[in-house]
Write a protein that binds this ligand. Structure first.
Ligand SMILES: NC(=O)c1ccc[n+]([C@@H]2O[C@H](COP(=O)([O-])OP(=O)(O)OC[C@H]3O[C@@H](n4cnc5c(N)ncnc54)[C@H](O)[C@@H]3O)[C@@H](O)[C@H]2O)c1
Length: 440
């Protein structure tokens, strides 16, 4: 069955250290969830790395191992968490504040969760207007702050065998790449001069990549989506991926839109609105952070529908997205979509989606899978020095791609890409779904 010679993937021996930037709703739900799974209290629902299988060979072969048995992923028992936050709350306190998980469950996990205390953060209110950080680092310039993060990484590394970093911090104001982001050299000069184009998330990312530590970006921030960070990622074999966990509404959008396109049904308008009452909702209530999120959410339809190829069906779609901060709902987001479609001879129809989801329950397994897969990428000769790991687009709202390449947003193309990447790095035949051989 083996289709190509591959170099072997280094085994996942020893401890995997996961450094989480931002110990808020998503991060604490992930950490508490991993501990609950380790203790046999709950199942890792929603996690492809923990529950997914992968078919190998023909449909008639009946060979579908669990993904975690097919590729060498870190075992959850070997995962060690640490992180940074602008508040001093330990992970138990932060999880209680986020109020995603039941009090009873949190109490059972309390002895473990309260041992994880955040390191002081790199923070500047200019980039997240709604938050007032009290547990923050000080330094003479941004380079000094980056050096302090490097020190944090080195200290943690003494206690574990490998390290991965993930941004689960707040959404920063909208920033576009500028001169400072064009090369490693320009970025390092920018750190010395505390260039305004360098937000805190970029300082963490720079520190991680400088140390050869893979970095996942769970927010829509610019962070690693710049030529300088891509160059650093490749140079130090520190895989990267971003941006923005694909959880509720965009997850649905990237399932429904490909279905309309596959059947050549037209779309006139797509109105999406959300009510959300957690801290993320409060941050996104501020126009500059909302702009960053809006850009990330808008892209998917344009790319999936390809209006240039199908002007009769998708030219001039009215696509509007709103996020309303509504405290009573806390993390239990409600996402509505009204979709105006049209069919045969142009006759109109409507679809309404009302997704009463739990934002962080959807995001936590995504964050876990991203860190486990980035750690795998770092140990895989075919992937380690590629920079952007486009095969992880499956998890992301606004996937990073190589320059000049449009992103694939269709969830099922992304899923096939992910699984074929796993087959490829193991030297297994790719699955194309052609299937003619069954009829010979
Ligand atoms: N919950 C979801 O389903 C979801 C989906 C997609 C993306 N996201 C993104 O993931 C991120 C986290 O979401 P959340 O719901 O956990 O939000 P949250 O507000 O509960 O947590 C974010 C945490 O980051 C901390 N923080 C902010 N700036 C920081 C910095 N510079 N350094 C260290 N810590 C910092 C905050 O204090 C807070 O504790 C947000 O950017 C959000 O937009 C969330």
């Amino acid at each position: 069955m083996s289709s190509k010679e591959v170099q072997s993937i280094a085994p996942a021996t020893g401890k995997l250290g996961v450094m989480v930037v931002g110990l808020g709703a998503v991060a604490t739900t992930m950490i508490a969830g991993v501990e609950a799974v380790r203790r046999g209290i709950a199942k890792p629902i929603g996690s492809l790395t923990q529950m997914g299988t992968i078919r190998l060979g023909k449909r008639t072969d009946g060979t579908s191992p669990l993904i975690k048995n097919f590729v060498p992923l870190a075992d959850l028992n070997d995962v060690v968490f640490t992180g940074w936050d602008i508040f001093e709350d330990n992970v138990y306190e932060a999880a209680a504040h986020a109020a995603v998980l039941d009090k009873d469950l949190l109490l059972r996990l309390k002895p473990y969760l309260e041992t994880i205390k955040p390191l002081p953060a790199v923070f500047d209110q200019h980039y997240v207007k709604r938050l007032h950080g009290t547990h923050v680092k000080t330094g003479k310039n941004k380079k000094d702050l980056a050096n302090q993060v490097v020190e944090d990484i080195r200290n943690f590394r003494k206690t574990v065998d490998r390290v991965v970093m993930i941004w689960a911090g707040s959404t920063e104001i909208f920033l576009e790449p500028s001169a400072v982001h064009q090369s490693i050299e320009a970025f390092e000069k920018g750190l010395e001069n505390s260039d305004e184009g360098i937000a805190p998330s970029q300082i963490y990312a720079y520190a991680a990549l400088s140390e050869g530590v893979p970095f996942a970006n769970g927010a829509p921030n610019l962070t690693v989506d710049t030529p300088a960070m891509i160059e650093l990622s490749k140079k130090n074999s520190a895989p990267i991926c971003g941006k923005d966990f694909k959880t509720g509404q965009t997850f649905m959008k990237t399932v429904l839109a490909p279905a309309f396109k596959a059947r050549m049904l037209g779309v006139r308008g797509w109105f999406s609105t959300n009510i959300l009452g957690n801290r993320d909702g409060e941050v996104l209530d501020e126009p500059q952070s909302f702009k960053t999120k809006e850009e990330s959410k808008l892209g998917s339809l344009e790319y999936i529908f390809q209006p240039d190829l199908y002007p009769d069906l998708y030219k001039d779609i009215y696509h509007k997205i709103r996020i309303e901060y509504y405290p009573p709902r806390r993390d239990d987001k409600e996402a509505w979509d009204n979709i105006d479609i049209f069919g045969w001879l142009g006759y109109p129809m409507q679809i309404k989606v009302d997704f009463l989801c739990r934002d962080s329950i959807l995001a936590a397994p995504i964050a876990l899978d991203l860190v486990l897969f980035l750690d795998l990428a770092k140990r895989t000769p075919e992937l380690a020095s590629l920079g952007i790991q486009e095969w992880l687009s499956f998890y992301l709202k606004s996937p990073q791609t190589a320059e000049g390449l449009y992103p694939e947003h269709d969830l099922f193309i992304q899923s096939m890409k992910l699984k074929n990447t796993l087959r490829y790095i193991k030297g297994e035949g790719l699955i194309t779904h052609l299937g003619l051989e069954y009829y010979d």
